[in-house]
Design a protein around this ligand. Structure first.
Ligand code: 5AD
Length: 434
């Protein structure tokens, strides 16, 4: 059996990993950064993949450079054995078949092929695409749906992103900032039901300085030991570093789109290069790096979404949230058409096929325009859900888009059940809910 085409290098820290990666690249070894497969534990969340032809060369370079690496391991290319055979009763076009064959043997898809998949229409072909992504999801990340919960602790924002319902200058019923005690109360409620990761999200609100956030992070760790995802926007390298040191584990900063013109058009105060730089810093600092995009932005074509997916792969992004754009009342984009459920599901499916070992949430935005959206996403490649756990009295003021669905534990459990999937063992729910 000689089906090893790739090897992966696992390092002891992200900084080591990035040094090794740039040295290998400088010496003409082609590398790919991938989320570390779970069997290697939580040493460094990103691994370096190289081809088998480059293995000896890489070993020599690593020995000479005296790097502290855990090891070089064979990396099985993910194949979906028997895929074509299992789909033989479906009528699909020849070019689609050719792509499915590549997925079956684990070959890398090109931008053109990714775009082709995103342009698929018609019930029969969509079914094949979603089923293929569902199988990839099952084989790589299994049946358990990860459940996290977000506390939106401030809706003050210094930015005026054209799509966002809490943008600076937008009329919201009320601007609010939760106090540390209020946040802790919400954190404990989540901890009590067994949730393991809390997402702390806010507008880009300078009120919450690194000192404030550090205090909060330390308190959460001390009192609950929960995993912490921060989602507080663009900050400096030093701030990201301090927050990581304080105990933050993950960071969610969406790229929203990798088309520079669209990015600039929708973000009057932002710079595309800065956004990419922030994502790079987060990676260098060893955060589990979460990104994502919106589907149906003005001027966005399937080719742009294909680029987004290739960007997630190239950056080794660990968690990818894909949601439809939804017009928000009172924003410059309030009259723009909303993104389609179908295109969002296609993007979820193709992202699973291309990025493979990643977390893909069935987003709140999708649930907001389609009651059954989360189940559909879970059956098209998604494997996680995020609850909205902002205290009820504040929630109404965090309408980043109109008609935002409030995903609570009950509706998440329902979506998981409807999708025929497993609840995580850590949830402490009453037996009759199981
Ligand atoms: N439609 C859809 N998603 C939106 N977001 C913000 N505003 C909108 C909107 N109008 C998403 C963005 C952002 C996340 C917090 O919510 O992707 O990163």
């Amino acid at each position: 059996m000689n089906n090893i085409q790739q090897y992966i290098i696992i390092c002891y820290s992200t900084s080591q990993m990035l040094r090794v990666d740039s040295l290998l690249k400088a010496l003409d070894v082609t590398t790919d950064l991938i989320p570390t497969p779970s069997e290697y534990g939580s040493i460094c969340s990103t691994a370096i993949a190289i081809s088998k032809e480059d293995k000896e060369k890489a070993e020599k370079i690593l020995q000479e450079g005296n790097f502290a690496i855990k090891g070089i391991y064979p990396h099985k290319i993910r194949k979906l054995a028997g895929l074509m055979e299992s789909l033989k009763h479906n009528v699909i076009s020849e070019p689609f078949k050719a792509i499915i064959k590549k997925v079956e043997v684990g070959e890398t898809l090109t931008k053109e092929e990714i775009t082709f998949l995103l342009k698929i229409e018609g019930e029969a072909e969509l079914k094949v695409l979603f089923e293929t992504a569902d199988r990839m999801r099952k084989e790589i990340v299994g049946d358990v749906v990860e459940v996290r919960a977000a506390i939106e602790f401030s809706n003050y924002c210094d930015k005026s992103c054209h799509y966002c319902g809490i943008r600076k200058g937008c009329t919201v019923p009320q601007r609010y900032r939760m106090t540390e005690d209020e946040i802790m109360e919400a954190v404990h409620e989540l901890h009590d039901v067994g949730i393991k990761t809390v997402v702390l999200q806010s507008g880009e609100d300078e009120f919450y300085t690194v000192e404030e956030l550090t205090k909060l992070i330390k308190r959460i760790k001390q009192e609950t030991k929960m995993g912490i995802t921060l989602s507080v926007g663009e900050r400096s390298y030093e701030e990201y570093e301090a927050l990581k040191k304080a105990g933050a584990n993950n960071y969610l900063l969406k790229i929203e789109t990798t088309n520079p013109e669209i990015f600039q058009f929708i973000h009057p105060d932002d710079d595309f290069e800065v956004r990419k730089q922030c994502a790079q810093w987060l990676k260098e600092l060893g955060y589990v790096n979460a990104s994502g995009n919106m589907i149906g932005l003005p001027g966005q074509r399937p080719e742009d979404i294909a680029e987004d997916i290739l960007y997630f792969k190239k950056m080794g992004i660990h968690m990818i949230g894909i949601g439809p754009f939804i017009p928000a009342d009172g924003t410059p984009f309030e009259k723009y058409p909303q993104g389609s459920v179908e295109m969002t599901l296609k993007a979820v499916a193709v992202t699973r096929l291309v990025c493979k070992n990643v977390y893909i949430p069935a987003t709140t935005a999708l649930a907001s325009i389609d009651e059954d959206g989360q189940r559909k996403a879970l059956q098209a490649g998604a494997n996680s859900l995020m609850l909205i756990s902002t205290p009820p009295k504040y929630r109404i003021n965090y309408q980043i888009y109109s008609g935002k669905n409030m995903i609570d534990l009950d509706s998440a459990i329902q979506a998981i059940k409807d999708a025929g999937r497993k609840l995580p063992k850590y949830l402490k729910i009453l037996p009759e809910e199981e």
